[in-house]
Design a binder for this molecule. Structure first.
Ligand SMILES: C[S@@+](CC[C@H](N)C(=O)[O-])C[C@H]1O[C@@H](n2cnc3c(N)ncnc32)[C@H](O)[C@@H]1O
Length: 469
């Protein structure tokens, strides 16, 4: 088979690497299908790349839908890429994700057939779970034709930052969120100010960011505009239009403008607060978190509560008294806050400098004193930690998708910790890092739990408990 050749009637078998799908060709080579096929559906595909052991292909025609396929529920024209899996029944989504995690473990050289895979944990909310959305103003791309209407507020088309699809409602946020979005969309578009154009760097409206707390039901709205155009457009008029919407909804507690004139697609920069509170407050378990426009917060609050409860349960919290917990890749340190009442000391390591601001504010808000925040790269800091503290009883590792830096892994072993809890958003890098840890023969996998943080998407989280042999 050659490049550009069309292969007919290919049935998608399974998901690999998070977003590529797998099938077998007639010559038994592997086929990776890019784009968004549905497992067990049948397609005609075109070969884009030919390698010695695999083909990379693109779908050109759907021959047969999968037997279980559901209709799309998001009310939009075009595909935003946010909730692609909504056509797969939720039970099936869980099955695919759970199998994907198990498969990553089966490739481990030190794989032990007796690994305790616990049931996958569904998200407490299957629809309407997102607490934050960032909508973009821009040109319009419809499924059928490209229509240049500059004055609009939609979602970016996936991987095409100059284009947007028209969204009226999205199943990832709840009905009230969708309703308020539509009200702001109308109020802002009725002023007829042009959307910022990514190609020519002209225009005014750039993004609308909406955040909503799940447990306390408070909402924050941030309108981002192009700063170099503010003289031509009337901010007072915009404020009035936004206040008109805000005053109808008690839930709206805070509003800001955000401005910059960079070509970069950034929603939050120079902030001008203009309505009510400067922050909104979320509550998870017994803790409070102040959320500003720049704060990081887990996107699915009810899921975050679940994750933290499971991490505490895995760590057998009552055995932690007198212990030191080292929280690596901490961001604003929500995990250490959960562990702090049970441990003697918690040390969090995070490389992003601005995270310490939220960390400090949250520590103060919750009267937590037995904690330390280290602003450093994990791979650079571990040596220093070892010299100063020598040991840690529990390690919590929650790295980005790329997993741990190779220089960090050998140091992990030197702590002689009783337990390591590894939280991962990428089964492939999780397996790679576990391989290194298991090769030392010091630890064994106690249990593994896949967790679904983002229903209707391909994302999957996994929590692994490793204990000293
Ligand atoms: C998955 S998030 C952690 C979330 C956090 N544990 C929580 O529960 O909210 C990964 C974090 O690792 C940080 N990070 C990435 N590479 C790093 C490195 N080399 N050293 C330290 N932090 C790093 C990122 O900035 C990000 O905050």
């Amino acid at each position: 088979m050659k490049k550009w050749e069309i292969i007919k009637n290919i049935k998608v078998e399974k998901l690999v690497f998070g977003w590529k799908w797998f099938a077998k060709a007639e010559d038994w080579k592997t086929i990776f299908i890019i784009g968004w096929p549905v497992p067990w559906a049948t397609y005609d595909i075109k070969i884009l790349k030919k390698k010695s052991s695999f083909y990379e292909c693109q779908i050109i025609n759907t021959v047969k839908n999968a037997w279980y396929e559901l209709p799309q529920r998001c009310d939009m024209d075009g595909v935003s890429g946010w909730a692609r899996w909504q056509i797969i029944p939720y039970e099936k989504q869980l099955e695919i994700k759970s199998n994907q995690v198990k498969e990553a473990f089966f490739h481990l050289e030190k794989f032990d057939n007796n690994i305790n895979f616990e049931e996958i944990e569904p998200s407490p909310l299957i629809d309407g779970y997102r607490n934050k959305m960032e909508y973009s103003f821009g040109n319009y791309i419809s499924k059928k034709e490209w229509i240049d209407i500059r004055n609009n507020l939609w979602f970016h088309k996936q991987w095409e930052f100059s284009k947007v699809v028209d969204v009226r409602s999205c199943i990832l946020v709840n009905d009230e969120f969708n309703k308020i979005f539509r009200e702001f969309k109308k109020a802002l578009l009725d002023l007829w100010y042009p959307a910022y154009d990514q190609y020519i760097h002209k225009g005014f409206y750039r993004h609308l960011m909406m955040r909503k707390t799940h447990f306390t039901n408070e909402m924050m709205i941030v309108l981002n505009y192009n700063d170099s155009y503010n003289k031509d457009y009337n901010l007072e008029k915009i404020k009035k239009a936004m206040l008109w919407v805000a005053e109808k909804y008690d839930i709206i507690k805070s509003m800001y403008f955000s401005r910059h004139d960079w070509p970069a697609d950034i929603a939050i920069w120079k902030l001008d607060h203009f309505y009510w509170e400067k922050i909104i407050t979320e509550e998870l378990l017994w803790l409070k978190f102040n959320i500003s426009p720049t704060s990081f917060f887990q996107t699915n609050s009810s899921w975050a509560e679940k994750l933290y409860s499971i991490a505490l349960d895995y760590a057998k919290k009552d055995d932690l008294s007198g212990s030191t917990v080292l929280d690596l890749y901490a961001w604003t340190g929500t995990i250490w806050m959960i562990f702090s009442p049970f441990a003697k000391k918690v040390v969090s390591v995070e490389m992003v400098t601005s995270a310490s601001r939220d960390w400090e504010a949250n520590a103060k808000l919750n009267n937590i004193n037995n904690i330390e925040f280290i602003n450093a790269k994990v791979e650079d800091y571990l040596d220093k930690y070892l010299k100063q503290w020598k040991t840690a009883d529990l390690l919590i590792i929650d790295p980005p998708r790329s997993g741990m830096h190779k220089n960090a892994l050998p140091n992990i072993m030197k702590f002689n910790a009783n337990q390591i809890i590894y939280v991962s958003c990428n089964p492939s890098t999780l397996a790679r890092d576990l391989e290194s840890i298991l090769q030392t023969w010091k630890y064994k996998i106690e249990k593994v739990k896949a967790m679904d943080m983002f229903p209707h998407t391909h994302h999957i989280e996994t929590v692994v408990s490793l204990i000293k042999k």
